[in-house]
Design a protein around this ligand. Structure first.
Ligand SMILES: [Zn+2]
Length: 273
């Protein structure tokens, strides 16, 4: 199996959480990277005891946990941080925001990371778009991409300042790194990193072109634009499409390309997945 070889060659292991759903696909992927006979955990996942037990056991087999890297603070990636710290002891937790969960054991430390920083074996790439706080952790030719790229389908973009522009820029910076494989937060391993990154950029630009076409044809309400542009999104993902549409409209406004009278829905502090 090529996946298994690609992971084993890089001393990467996967523990998948049992939280499947339309947006989590087959469940959250928690990744372990062995480096210098310790394990680094990327995205502990949801707060499910069986899952966290399995992550802790896999880490123990690899010499214990040296640190926890969190791509972003959505529940399905971050809720398990506290339970994992309780199982493996106090270790550094890297996020872009310096976050630690309430009740973290004494000795656990928050490490704030940004573009170009190192965290253990990782180089950090800022990747806004899916979430304002999102970062990707790169080790050699492998990137732990969280929800910046999924193993299947496309990503929900959550509106924040310059979300879509920042997202496209992040995909371009990842593409420039000459990566071989992507380890996504959901879905299968991506063994052709550049093709997938190209596909993602092309997909976003295609959606943008279709949004512009729908506006040119006179669509103004969110429902009209969604019907025209996200006709392939199943009903359960309509809200995800609506949130992503907002990010597209914000970008067009930033660029002075948004006509008058277009409905832009508010989503409060919607944080999706
Ligand atoms: Zn997410």
């Amino acid at each position: 199996m090529p996946d298994a070889t690609a992971l084993a060659d890089r001393r990467i292991a996967l523990v998948r959480a049992d939280n499947p759903g339309p947006k989590t696909l087959t469940g959250t992927n928690t990744w372990l990277l062995r480096d210098e006979d310790r394990a680094w955990v990327v995205d502990p996942g949801p707060d499910l005891p069986e899952h966290l037990d399995a992550v802790a056991a896999a880490a123990e087999e690899r010499g214990g946990v040296a640190g926890i890297a969190l791509t972003h603070r959505h529940d399905d990636h971050a809720d398990g941080v506290l339970g994992l710290l309780e199982r493996v002891g106090p270790v550094p937790v890297a996020t872009s925001t310096g976050w630690l969960p309430d009740g973290a054991p004494a000795g656990a430390t928050a490490t704030t990371v940004g573009e170009g920083d190192a965290f253990g074996p990782f180089a950090v790439v800022r990747t806004p778009g899916h979430a304002a706080d999102h970062v990707v952790f790169v080790a050699g030719d492998a990137a732990f991409v969280g929800d910046t790229v999924l193993g299947e389908g496309s990503v929900l973009l959550v509106p924040h300042e310059h979300a879509l522009r920042g997202y496209l820029d992040a995909l371009t910076r990842l593409r420039a790194r000459g990566l071989a494989i992507l380890l996504p937060g959901h879905g299968p391993v991506v063994l052709d990193a550049d093709a997938k990154l190209d596909e993602y950029v092309a997909h976003r630009l295609d959606r943008e072109r279709r949004v512009v076409d729908a506006l040119a044809a006179g669509s103004r309400s969110a429902d009209e634009i969604l019907d025209a542009v996200w006709d392939d999104a199943p009903g359960i993902l309509r809200i995800a499409a609506a949130v992503t549409l907002r990010a597209h409209l914000d970008k067009l406004e930033d660029e002075g390309r948004l006509p008058e009278g277009v409905e832009r829905q508010e989503f409060g502090d919607f944080d999706g997945l």
